[in-house]
Ligand binder design. Structure first.
Ligand code: NDP
Length: 321
């Protein structure tokens, strides 16, 4: 006998005043501030709740902690803090945002929808990696994608930076102040970085540039990284260099694909926000953290921008009344 379809009524779409997309330092801080402003925010935590800090180990540069803390611990605390003041964290991924009508309509990976008066985009970015097995094996034990975060652990030692853009040059210069020697490894014979940065790099006696080289393997043992095996991109013989750390600086990918037709992005996919603020090209949608910022990229700056987005959203909601 054929079954009779159930007669359940369609579920009402939940409505929120503030929906925050992303649960890294920016999103959680926006959650803390909007919750304390009595706006009862929902934080949609995507694939990596806690953001990039959850793949970091020792954190020494987040203010407020005299001793080293762990990145995942910091993010768990931040989430608990947001929840304790009234933010609700939902584990779902936003697949689409319809900003053509008010309230905004968000479609979720789970199949549901929700509507929101205001949205804070805080989806972050991810460092690009070389994609080597050995790179993955030594991640956090000599391999890093953030000199500002991890450079201090290589004080007085020799390190390599991979890449030829502004980030790579900036990281090499930063590390030269801390380390004994920095080798910049670039796959071509010209840098992409701005000329002024290149001049600074080439003038620095602690930095050596290895042109036309690509990492073939990260070498090391239980004690961590001990060197790199470098292939040539112009047919020369392989080369091994001795280093204790490898900083990969080959770019970041902002997690903004779902918003490409919603708010204006720059040509690298970062969300364009007003100068010195968090308003995007769509009134009522704000953005904070590494999905906007390609310069500073720190947990503390992301948290600061999350606070700014929360205050901007609160003010914007007040203006609508
Ligand atoms: P970029 O995309 O500018 O540079 C990436 C570099 O990595 C390039 O030199 C590229 O080589 C190299 N690379 C890419 N993939 C690989 C790979 N698989 N193996 C080896 N090398 C690889 O990224 P950045 O992070 O440097 O900069 C991103 C944006 O942020 C830029 O617009 C930059 O100007 C901006 N920025 C600005 C700063 C500032 O103003 N202070 C600081 C930092 C960034 P190739 O050159 O051969 O393509």
């Amino acid at each position: 006998m054929a079954s009779v379809p159930s007669q359940s009524s369609p579920q009402a779409v939940p409505h929120e005043q503030v929906v925050i997309i992303g649960a890294g330092a920016a999103g959680l801080t926006a959650g803390i501030y909007t919750a304390r402003a009595n706006l009862s925010p929902v934080i949609l935590a995507g694939l990596q709740p806690g953001g990039q800090m959850t793949i970091t180990t020792d954190v020494e540069n987040y203010p407020g902690f005299a001793n080293v803390i762990q990145g995942p611990w910091l993010m768990t605390e931040m989430q608990s803090q947001a929840e304790n003041v009234g933010a609700r964290v939902i584990y779902d991924i936003v697949t689409a945002v319809d900003a053509s009508s008010r309230p905004f309509v968000l479609s979720l990976d789970s199949g549901g929808q929700m509507t929101a008066d205001t949205i804070i985009l805080a989806t972050g970015a991810q460092a690009r990696w070389l994609g080597l097995e050995s790179e993955q094996a030594f991640n956090g034990r000599g391999v890093s994608a953030c000199a500002t975060c991890d450079g201090f652990f290589y004080k007085g030692r020799e390190v390599a930076v991979i890449g030829g853009g502004n980030t790579a040059v900036e990281e090499a210069l930063y590390l030269a102040n801390i380390c004994e020697k920095v080798t910049l490894v670039h796959r071509r014979d010209t840098l992409r970085a701005e000329q002024i940065m290149q001049d600074r790099l080439l003038r620095n006696e602690k930095i050596e540039v290895l042109w036309n080289r690509q990492v073939a393997e990260v070498l090391g043992d239980d004690g961590g990284v001990s060197g790199l095996r470098l292939a040539s991109t112009v047919g020369e013989a392989e080369l091994e260099i001795a280093v204790h750390g490898m900083f990969v600086a080959i770019g970041h990918d902002p997690a903004t694909a779902a918003f490409a037709r919603v708010v204006d992005l720059d040509d690298e996919g970062y969300i364009l926000a007003e100068k010195g603020g968090t308003r995007t090209s769509v009134s009522g949608i704000f953005a904070a953290g590494d999905c906007v910022d390609k310069i500073y990229r720190q947990a503390v700056t992301a948290a600061g921008m999350g606070c700014m987005a929360a205050l901007d959203a609160e003010r914007w909601l007040g203006e609508q009344e």
